[in-house]
Design a binder for this molecule. Structure first.
Ligand SMILES: C[S@@+](CC[C@H](N)C(=O)[O-])C[C@H]1O[C@@H](n2cnc3c(N)ncnc32)[C@H](O)[C@@H]1O
Length: 182
């Protein structure tokens, strides 16, 4: 359902060869091969998730990608000392479901290097449609969250665009957000 969005979301991170990227709540790792290609063999990609089951599946996906590492950790308590400098962070379909998103955003923002980008792809329900309830039930998602407000409060310059996709499928409108750190 969301596969076709991923290359454009990774491109919005503006990664360069040798760069360092973090995939927040990477799940089974569908973004990781795209991130590995963007930073190249000299780069570094860290997939973070607190679910061991999700990371077991992600590990299979990145077995041939030595520039990718996986870390089982609560994103709320991740520190620069543990992960080193990060040029860009991606979150796809995570911030609508993870508990305590404000704390996660603050922790991630602190990891990002000056000039870095935090790129989010998720779904926001401007208005209720029948699928909103369905998505809430199946995915345990809160489609009314506005992470852009939290990021602006942290000092980010935020650009956000709606992406094509019927609210009747997603329960809301898919969006791409790019937050730049001064
Ligand atoms: C819907 S999945 C998103 C998976 C993936 N990003 C994707 O695009 O398919 C949400 C993930 O968030 C993880 N998660 C929730 N809270 C977390 C936290 N505090 N720290 C790290 N991972 C968390 C869950 O384990 C789950 O794998």
């Amino acid at each position: 359902m969301y596969r076709d969005y991923r290359p454009g979301v990774v491109a919005a991170m503006a990664l360069e060869p040798g760069g360092r990227a973090l995939d927040l709540a990477c799940g089974t790792g569908p973004n990781l091969p795209l991130l590995a290609a963007a930073v190249g063999p000299a780069g570094h990609v860290l997939g973070v998730d607190f679910s061991g089951g999700m990371l077991t599946r992600a590990r299979r996906r990145v077995a041939e990608l030595p520039q990718v590492a996986l870390l089982q950790h609560d994103a709320r308590t991740l520190t620069s000392a543990e992960v080193g400098p990060i040029d860009a962070i991606i979150s796809t379909l995570g911030l609508s479901v993870i508990p305590d998103p404000e704390a996660v955003l603050a922790a991630m923002w602190a990891l990002l290097a000056p000039g870095g980008r935090f790129v989010i792809f998720d779904v926001y329900a401007e208005r209720w449609v029948p699928a909103s309830s369905w998505i809430k039930l199946i995915a345990q998602a809160d489609l009314y969250r506005r992470p852009w407000e939290v990021l602006e409060g942290l000092g980010a310059t935020v650009e956000r665009e709606w992406l094509a996709g019927s609210p009747h499928i997603h329960g809301g409108r898919p969006y791409l957000l790019v937050a730049r750190k001064p």
